[in-house]
Design a protein around this ligand. Structure first.
Ligand SMILES: [Mn+2]
Length: 295
């Protein structure tokens, strides 16, 4: 089934409140709930309010990231217990840590369709920024501080590599130059389609095949949509611009079969920055795209 309501997670892992934390408010103002014909369950009370990079872990606002991740975990666990399938509006990709802690604790192993312009597989040392949204897929895979990798109350990883399909990343070479761990080495079994590979497929077929794979094993999955998977010319209202991304129609065709899988447990959309969208045109375009994907 598709998602059954929306909830916001207004976090920005720079710790500086540079705009991404206002994404839920901006999409609400652009009419998201009405366009999707879904109830709005409000925001989870999470914030990352410390911009200092922790020396030990290499993560900005480490204690705040841990606290926010616990709040997100508990909030999403509540939604799951109420048999809801949330569409979570970020905020940044850091929200996946609390999300998968909740999924792991409440319903067990859950797959991940990870549609993102980046691998998000840095560790605290190799990340140029120290932002947790560089690292969340590594943390889900068991690479990172134990407080986060064990947030579900079970031994890491929060998601098994063979239950993850990456779709659309285009920073593989940059991440390697920075010395980041690579999923192919540290999480063998993950299925990797970079942006070029996605563009060489029929996107709807690739979306269907990915859904079928995760429906078979582990039998349920979460859909992650980082909007920086889009080309920087079609969505410039993101913090880290990068050419070579998808166009709107490719994203919609790819994501729609995943969003409508009977085994979808929820989804999130992240990283649009309203501070870079003064007249709100991109908020309206995102609402249109989410309506095309989820309605
Ligand atoms: Mn991301």
């Amino acid at each position: 089934m598709a998602v059954s309501g929306i909830a916001g997670v207004p976090i920005d892992c720079s710790g500086r409140f540079t705009g991404v934390e206002r994404m839920p408010a901006a999409l609400r103002a652009a009419g998201l709930a009405a366009r999707l014909n879904l109830p709005d369950w409000g925001d989870l009370p999470a914030a990352i309010d410390n911009a200092d990079r922790d020396l030990q872990t290499g993560i900005i606002g480490y204690e705040a990231v841990c606290t926010a991740s616990q709040v997100i975990r508990d909030g999403i666990a509540d939604l799951i217990r109420q048999k809801r399938q949330p569409l979570i509006i970020g905020g940044c990709c850091t929200l996946l840590i609390g999300t998968f802690a909740a999924l792991r604790a409440e319903i067990g192993h859950t797959g991940l369709a990870f549609v993102d312009g980046h691998l998000d597989f840095y560790d605290g040392q190799s990340s140029p920024t120290g932002e947790a949204a560089d690292m969340e897929l590594a943390i889900l895979s068991g690479i990172g501080p134990a407080t986060l990798t064990g947030l579900g109350g079970t031994p890491p990883p929060l998601v098994r590599p063979e239950h993850v399909v990456l779709l659309g990343y285009r920073d593989g070479e940059q991440a390697a130059r920075d010395g980041a761990p690579h999923p192919a080495t540290y999480a063998p079994g993950m299925i990797l389609y970079d942006a070029q590979a996605v563009q060489q497929h029929d996107p709807a077929t690739l979306g269907q095949q990915t859904a079928a794979r995760l429906e078979a094993e582990p039998g349920r999955f979460w859909l992650h949509l980082d909007l920086d998977v889009l080309d920087d010319t079609v969505l410039p209202a993101v913090d880290y611009l990068m050419p070579g991304g998808l166009d709107w129609e490719t994203l919609i065709q790819l994501a729609r079969p995943l969003a409508h899988s009977p085994t979808l447990v929820g989804a999130d959309v992240t990283i649009y920055n309203p501070a870079l969208d003064p007249d709100g045109r991109y908020a309206r375009r995102i609402v249109d795209a989410l309506a095309a994907i989820f309605s």
